[in-house]
Design a protein around this ligand. Sequence first.
Ligand code: U5P
Length: 217
Amino acid sequence: MLVLKLTGRIFDEEDLVAKYAAIIRRIGGKVAVVTGGGEVARRYIAMARKGGASNTFQDLLGIYASRLNALLLISLIGDDAYPKAPSTVEEFLDAWRRHRVVVAGGFQPGQSTATVAALVAEAAGASVLLNAANIDAVYDDDPRRNPNARKIPTLTYDELERILKTSVVPGGYELVDPWSISILRRNCVTTYIFDGRRPEYVEEILRGGNPGSKITC
Ligand code: U5P
């Protein structure tokens, strides 16, 4: 069983979407995927916010954008995939029992798809979550501002929480939000964070590699 979180940025690049779809088709066994909202979500949320829309509607736009990305992936995977993006944990579980592949976007306002990925990993009983992120690893400081920032290959959720409090990880909130950390930690799920622009890393991690950061409880 594989649980894979795909940053919405992947959906800004045609080739990447096709490559992830091919990997999911190729991998044997069950695959649960959670897709982020990417550029479409950010653009719609920004327009809604500018016009004075409520947080609820801003989040709903993000959720629909992430489901649009999910549906694109579903359409490329074919018959193995549940044909819609489940909108709740219950719908995910129902689909998960009957299909080899289930692809979800957002669930409800007030969270990001990082939390959906944690909830899906918990519901599926997964011990590992692969996070194809918009950064290549966790750093001890912001690598854009600090040229001496160092990659951290292995860390615990407690350490990650400390880093997120004291420094700005680029895309940090998208990577993990506080709720997702607590869900992953209570299930002792191991998370691999890696550069989402490198789909080949999925199979490298499945072979025992760690091209980015590995987070344990
Ligand atoms: N979002 C939610 N609930 C979810 C998932 C996503 O409200 O369960 C909204 C948030 O506004 C989030 C946006 O910032 O969709 C896009 O998701 P993400 O790509 O930031 O994870």
